[in-house]
Design a protein around this ligand. Sequence first.
Ligand SMILES: *Cc1c(COP(=O)(O)O)cnc(C)c1O
Length: 348
Amino acid sequence: MHRPDAPPPTLRLRIDEEALASNWRTLDRLSGSARAGAAVKADAYGLSAAKVIPVLRDAGANDFFVAHWGEVGELLDHVPASRISVLHGPANAQDSAYARALGVRPVINSLHQAKVWIECGGGPCDLMIDTGMNRLGVRPEELGDPLAGRLEIETALSHLASADEDSALNPLQLSRATQAFAAVSAKERSLANSAGIALGKDYAFDLTRPGLALYGGVPRGELAGSIRQVVTPEAAILQVRTVQPGETIGYNATFTADRPVRAGIVSIGYADGFLRCWSGKGVLRAGEADLPLLGRVSMDMAVIDLSQAPHLREGDWVEIPWHLPEAAARSGLSQYELLTTLGHRFSR
Ligand SMILES: *Cc1c(COP(=O)(O)O)cnc(C)c1O
C-alpha cells in the first residue's frame, strides 16, 4: 500500500548557509598560510552532515574529520574518501578493512592501533600525538617505536586541551607538538581547533581543524566580531489558552498565574534539545516581542507568555534565540551541547 508523506513538522532549524560558508572562509583566512579543514563529527555538530558538507566543500574546505566509522558513509556522497579522517581510529581488523576498502584515512591513536593497521596492510593514515590532554593519542616518547616508523603518515595531529582559555598549557602543548612533529615523517602537521586558530599563526601549522566556530560558536573573544550565527531553531504554536489567576502551568506546577495569562503551547521540548535547564530562564521571540517561558519544559512542549504578542495564533512560528555565546551564558550549557543535542524532529 502506498504510504502518504508525513505532514510538515512543527519544528524547523533555520540554517544560514551563507553564514556557514562565511565562517569557514573567515577561519581559513585566520589560519594564515595553513588551510582550514572542518570537523563534521556528530552529524556536523547536529546541523546535518548532508546539508553542511556540500556548503563547506563549495566554500573551499578539503579536509573532513569525523569521530566514528559509522559517520563516514554520509560524507562519501559529497567528498572524496581520501579527504576523510576518522578520529577514533581502527580498533580492530574490521575497522581497518573498512578504511582500506573505501580509501578513508584512519587516525592512529596508539601503538596498538598502529599494529592493527599495519597488520591489515596499512596505507595512508594520520597520527594523533598526545601532548597533554591524555585522551587519545600516541605519547611523544613512543614515537621512536619501530611500529610508528612503519606508518605512512599524511598528517601528524595533536589536540589542545584549553585553547578556549588563557592557559599555560597552550604554549606548553605548542612546544611539545613542535618537537613531536619534528620527530615523525609526516607530510603535514595540524594542531589548532576553532579556539586554537584564535591563538595565532604559530598554532596553525599546515592544517587547522575548526568545528564549533564553523557553526556559529565563539570559543574565544577574538572571534566574536567575525563569526556569524548559523543556526536558529523555530517551533510552531500548537494551542493558545488563557490561564486564570491562581491556576498553574506544567509539570510540578512551578508557575502560578497572578493575572489572566494568554499562554502559547509550543512544539519544542527537551527531547529536541531544549533542555529543562531553560525552565524559568528561556525567552522565545516573535519579531521584536519577548515571549518568556512559563513553568517547566516538558519532553515535547514548552509554554510561553504571549502578552507581548497578542496577534500570535495557533500554527504561527516562534523563534528560539540560539546565539551560542548568549544562549550558553543564559542556560549554563556549553556552546557544543547547545548544537549537538538538537534532536531529530527538526526539519533541517
Ligand atoms: C572536535 C575536534 C576538533 C574541533 O574542535 P572545535 O573546538 O569544535 O573547533 C578538532 N580536532 C579534534 C581532534 C576534535 O576531536
